[in-house]
Design a protein around this ligand. Structure first.
Ligand SMILES: Nc1ncnc2c1ncn2[C@@H]1O[C@H](COP(=O)(O)OP(=O)(O)OP(=O)(O)O)[C@@H](O)[C@H]1O
Ligand SMILES: CC(=O)C(=O)O
Length: 545
């Protein structure tokens, strides 16, 4: 008989014995715990493809403001919202705006050269900040958008370009701040590729650029859910963003993209200030040598887990799928290992934005995630995370720990959390229970924010309140149970853990109950007149992986 998941291996506490027990014949569960972020760009910009991606399982759409105009991104947001209204997912996808940040980029090539140009070892190129050459780069002249950076470059310095596939060596400092450089590692340069001199931050201080400020205004005007802040190497920029967001954007989450050595070094202060972090391996892999990137990845994921903040692993996850319909074994292993390391979310960049197979890349990311998360030894991870939490914990933590402990003891199929702000569900997720956390909320915004956390299935229940507060809680739990039962996430007779408050209002989450899932009729009967059955059926029928 096929075993679902790696429950056999996960009976063993020793890491080695667990590994020896992993089973390639294991079956998969009907749900996925790892949210997937997809960058939206030319390859997936139309409503039909976005809707397909929502059906397949995209949780967060990322708009990278370093590429495309405000008009283009405005249209993308419209398309995402239209696609969302065409699907009937109980978990509407979130939209994240990524600020361009202070990263140094090259210009664009003359149209006749195409968007990617090959350079050979020994090719000589003049690096310049002359604005008029911004869109007129060629094989001999490359525009670099920062004179500060060109001034800092010393003879003999290496400058890495793109994701670090090509490097120049600086040979001579010329008049007017230009550099004569020679290609050292041959490869391709694409329009707007990043340029990095290892260990040299792109600016004297880590702060918002004028363009970033315009992007924040854009994010506010379009009421998006989160900001991904590029090139964060100090907490000060997070504070700057928060102050710009003000009251209007107080609920927007700010994710700090760690893309350089200084960001890794200042990680503790950054993770404290931000709502989450991104291990942005693309640029990080130029500031650090490639053989050090896995150390930074594991270190930052571990520290984010201890801090209880969501962490995204990004860049080159399924890179070969930009051109091919199947990932390499190494890439599939890389996605799985990021999940085993403890990443909350996996992000696809070029694969979905500019690749040939955006939907297929997403399907592979979902499939790999589902296998990998079953191989996580949740019990051990939970014990380690619990031990790392300083005592005494507050009431929400105490309740979350009790719920996770209970879910492990009774092998529950789900922990159902009734939440308004999402905080209590986020705290349960930080202790990594082995089962799904079903977060039921009235707030569409909360649903979207909860997509940042591993293990949470956020369910929107925006039906009118039903009488007394306590009945209303029961109504919402029932709604979540109906959806989970119909989707096969729980079945009659399974244990579920319920996490609620004893009073209405934030900060009151303090109650853990264990229930055995009743059969469907007793569930629906009481509230049958309160829900729009057509809508409920559409929601239930919505399939996602
Ligand atoms: N809105 C867009 N319009 C055009 N191309 C895009 C867009 N978004 C992404 N791309 C393409 O997809 C590639 C990968 O996207 P990604 O978001 O990783 O950007 P990047 O510039 O490579 O790096 P970073 O993630 O550090 O900003 C980009 O280099 C670009 O070619
Ligand atoms: C995602 C990103 O910005 C990077 O990997 O560099």
């Amino acid at each position: 008989m096929t075993t679902i998941g790696q429950s056999f291996a996960n009976r063993y506490d020793s890491a080695l014995t667990q590994l020896c027990g992993l089973d390639v014949d294991s079956g998969i569960r009907p749900f996925r715990m790892t949210p997937i972020i997809c960058t939206i760009g030319p390859s997936c910009e139309n409503i039909k493809i976005i809707a397909e991606m929502i059906e397949v399982g995209m949780n967060i759409c990322r708009l990278n403001m370093a590429h495309g105009t405000f008009e283009y991104h405005s249209q993308l947001i419209k398309n995402v919202r239209e696609a969302m209204s065409q699907t009937h997912s109980p978990s509407p996808v979130a939209i994240a705006v990524e600020l361009g940040g202070q990263g140094v980029r090259c210009g664009c090539f003359l149209p006749e050269l195409g968007e990617e140009v090959k350079f050979k070892k020994g090719d000589v190129v003049i690096l310049t900040n002359e604005k008029e050459l911004q869109d007129k780069c060629d094989r001999s002249v490359l525009y670099i958008n920062s004179q500060y950076y060109l001034n800092l470059a010393k003879i003999g310095h290496k400058i890495w370009v793109g994701d670090g596939l090509l490097s120049f060596v600086v040979k001579e400092k010329l008049n007017h701040g230009k550099l004569r450089a020679e290609v050292d590692t041959e490869g391709e340069i694409s329009n707007l590729d990043h340029c990095i001199i290892p260990r040299v931050p792109p600016a004297p201080t880590c702060c918002l650029t004028d363009y970033d400020k315009e992007c924040i205004k854009f994010a506010l005007a379009h009421n998006v859910d989160m900001i991904f802040a590029s090139w964060v190497w100090s907490e000060s920029i997070i504070k700057e963003i928060r102050s710009m967001l003000g009251d209007k954007g107080a609920k927007m989450k700010i994710i700090a993209n760690i893309e350089n050595y200084m960001g890794v070094k200042n990680f503790n202060e950054i993770v404290e200030a931000a709502d989450g972090v991104m291990v942005a391996r693309g640029d990080l892999g130029m500031d650090l040598p490639p053989e050090k990137v896995f150390l930074a990845q594991k270190n930052m994921i571990g520290r984010a887990n201890v801090a209880g903040k969501p962490v995204i692993c990004a860049a080159q996850m399924l890179d070969s799928m930009v051109k091919n319909p199947r990932p390499t074994r190494a890439e599939a292993g890389d996605v799985a290992n990021a999940i085993l390391d403890g990443a909350d979310c996996i992000m696809l960049s070029r694969e979905t934005a500019a690749g040939r197979y955006p939907v297929l890349a997403l399907k592979y990311a979902c499939a790999i995630a589902r296998e990998a998360e079953m191989a996580v030894h949740h019990d051990r991870v939970y014990r380690q995370l619990r031990a790392s939490t300083p005592l005494p914990v507050d009431s929400t933590h105490c309740t979350a720990i009790s719920a996770v402990e209970a879910s492990i003891r009774c092998q529950a199929s789900a922990i159902i959390v009734v939440t308004n702000s999402g905080r209590s569900a986020g705290v349960v997720a930080r202790y990594r229970p082995p089962c799904l956390i079903v977060a039921v909320t009235k707030s569409q915004h909360t649903v979207k924010l909860l997509h940042l956390h591993r293990g949470i299935y956020p369910v929107l229940h925006d039906a009118a309140s039903c009488g007394e507060w306590i009945d209303d809680i029961d109504f919402r739990i029932n709604h979540a149970l109906i959806i989970c039962k119909r989707r096969g996430y729980v079945k009659a007779g399974d244990y579920c853990i319920l996490v609620t408050g004893s009073m209405e209002g934030p900060g009151w989450t303090n109650t853990v109950r264990t229930i055995s899932v009743p059969d469907q009729d007793t569930l629906t009967q009481k509230y049958v007149n309160l829900v729009n059955q057509t809508h409920l059926n559409q929601v239930i029928d919505h399939k996602e992986s």
